[in-house]
Ligand binder design. Structure first.
Ligand code: ZN
Length: 156
């Protein structure tokens, strides 16, 4: 998909959010407390609720976007660039393109995407941003191992 087609699919932030939600719905949500996969969507609070234990989860929680406050559009644009360009681009370049003030969140986003996509590529080739699927919705454990890995990446 070229950039013009991509942009025409997503005219505003809401469209990105809805797209993200529809893919997450189709992949499914696993409760972090009781591991149940049965959830209902609370439209008023904009949260998933486990039908078994009532535990709540945001759209981003335990996905690649966990803990990020960047707009969904940033993530989609970054994914589009990663999958559609042959050249490696830097976080600095992406920050410039997104006209974002701070470097660190952009850098962290790019690293997270490369980590998640790298894991997926071991299974099969990623061809398109629309192929956003379960690889993107890994149930990320917020454990020490992840934090250690994050620190290792930061050192590099
Ligand atoms: Zn539960």
């Amino acid at each position: 998909m070229n950039l013009l087609n991509f942009i025409s699919q997503f005219p505003d932030e809401e469209r990105y959010v809805l797209r993200y939600k529809s893919v997450r719905d189709s992949v499914g949500v696993i409760c972090s407390v009781c591991k149940s996969t049965e959830h209902r969507w609370n439209q008023r609070k904009w949260l998933y609720e486990c039908t078994k234990c009532g535990n709540r989860a945001t759209l981003r929680s335990r996905t690649a976007l966990h803990g990020s406050r960047l707009p969904f559009s940033y993530w989609f644009v970054a994914m589009h660039l990663i999958t559609s360009t042959k050249n490696i681009f830097s976080a600095l370049e992406l920050q410039r393109q997104l006209v974002h003030k701070r470097y660190e969140p952009i850098w962290a986003m790019l690293n997270k995407l490369r980590e998640v996509m790298g894991r997926r590529e071991e299974e099969y080739q990623l061809t398109d941003v629309v192929e956003l699927d379960e690889g993107f919705f890994l149930q990320l454990p917020a454990n020490k191992k992840t934090q250690t890995r994050q620190r290792q990446l930061e050192k590099k």
